[in-house]
Design a protein around this ligand. Structure first.
Ligand code: PLP
Length: 410
């Protein structure tokens, strides 16, 4: 045997299947051999489609991209290494030095850090506004503004964006509305239907759903004409409605290397098979818990958009089809009480994630929002006495018992 290291074996013929496999195959290959230099040239030049190298594209990633496109009712999608990579790639595709973005101030801490701490170093300004005041967004836009960015339900502030009003403003100024729908998933809401231009997910959360695959995606909803963005005009004449995704793939994925691993994409595809069932249970458990806990004497304030008293309840009800997600927050009076509560939990994990099968709880001010100064935290609705719970799929009675017992120890 002249290839002791198996040098030739990986050029074995393509595996062919009889019948359709019940799960999307994982293509764990770095590169794809072609018949000739002419074929490679044609694919590089964009005259032919084909997979070449898994930083650029890969069959398993393509399968996930198609699935996410269908779920969001879009025209195409790109998967990325994480939710943060999806957000960063989107901004870097739409904006350049000297441009601005207009964004809600109530954001996931990592997104807020990207917008407020990192993008300014590259000449991109972020203008932060309260999501409950859409009119203010309109006042903040100028000729160099390239997008409006919001989260559907902000994490952890739990404020709800009025997508229809914001899409109208974006349309008036001919800029796209970019929506992070991680907390709502395509099951509660499809931002494309309200006029969003782009939907982003951290697929790490509910979409993959089992706490085992970091990933993100960007979906083009198809409603925005990319020739209106000065940086995408040239692409528009070449790629038409796919101008944005073509540029995002070149900038964010091919050049910055923020691609997703095929193994994570396969886990995410597996997770998607049960998204509907899981989301129903996440939402049912959360609403029941919120209703049960709202009058507990140790809770100074309980936030869940599904409760009548939540300031955005009516909007959430209309927009999200009577479902309100899996995150609830509660104020316990002091940071010490929050830590006592968190220390008394066993079934519910002290863990900084959302959207896993298990429930988890954190103190946002000292974890995911730690980088922010006190004014920024306040603007986001993150106080020192706030606990966030992401409700999982456990038995409701067990969850209730655990939370009530922990509250009694505070
Ligand atoms: C709403 C939201 N967007 C984006 C992200 C970032 O996602 P990832 O951790 O996959 O980078 C998170 C993470 O918690 C999030 O909650």
């Amino acid at each position: 045997m002249n290839n002791p290291d198996g040098q030739e074996s990986h050029f074995s013929p393509d595996v062919t299947y009889r019948g359709k496999p019940s799960a999307t195959p994982l293509v764990e290959a770095t590169a794809f051999a072609r018949e000739s230099p002419e074929e490679l040239e044609a694919i590089f030049a964009g005259r032919e489609f084909g997979h070449l190298y898994s930083r650029l594209s890969n069959p398993t990633l393509a399968a996930l991209e198609q699935r996410l496109t269908d779920l969001e009712g879009g025209i195409g999608a790109a998967t990325t290494a994480s939710g943060m990579a999806a957000i960063a790639a989107t901004v870097l595709t739409l904006a350049r030095a000297g441009d601005s973005i207009v964004t809600s101030q109530e954001l996931f801490g990592g997104t807020y850090s990207l917008f407020s701490r990192l993008l300014p170093d590259y000449g991109i300004e972020s203008r932060f506004l309260p999501v409950r005041r859409p009119k203010k967004f309109s006042d903040a836009i100028d000729k160099n503004t390239r997008m409006i960015f919001v989260e559907t339900i902000s994490n952890p502030g739990l404020r709800v964006a009025d997508l229809n009003a914001l899409a109208e403003i974006a349309s008036d100024y001919k800029i796209p509305l970019v929506v992070d729908s991680t907390v709502t998933t395509p099951l509660l809401f499809q931002p494309a239907k309200e006029g969003a231009g782009i939907v982003i997910h951290s697929t790490t959360k509910f979409i993959s759903g089992h706490g085992d695959a970091v990933g993100g995606c960007v979906v083009d909803c198809g409603g925005y004409s990319w020739d209106k963005n000065p940086h995408l005009k040239e692409n528009y004449s070449e790629y038409g409605e796919l101008a944005f995704l073509a540029e995002l793939r070149w900038r964010g994925i091919r050049t910055l290397g923020a691609n997703q691993s095929p193994a994570n994409a396969r886990l995410t595809l597996r997770g998607l098979k049960t998204l509907g069932t899981r989301i129903k249970r996440h939402c049912n458990n959360s609403l029941r818990l919120a209703k049960q806990l709202r009058d507990h004497p140790e809770i100074k304030e309980l936030n869940y958009p599904g409760l009548r008293e939540h300031p955005d309840h009516e909007l959430a009800k209309k927009q999200f089809n009577n479902r309100y997600g899996a995150i609830l927050t509660m104020k316990l009076g002091t940071k010490e009480k929050c830590f006592k509560f968190l220390n008394a939990l066993h079934l519910i994990k002290n863990m900084v994630n959302i959207g896993d099968t298990c429930s988890m709880a954190i103190h946002p001010a000292s974890t995911i929002c730690r980088d922010l100064d006190p004014d920024e935290k306040r603007a986001m609705g993150v106080t020192e006495d706030l606990v966030r719970i992401c409700v999982g799929l456990e038995d409701y009675e067990e969850l209730k018992k655990e939370i009530v017992e922990a509250l009694n120890k505070v």
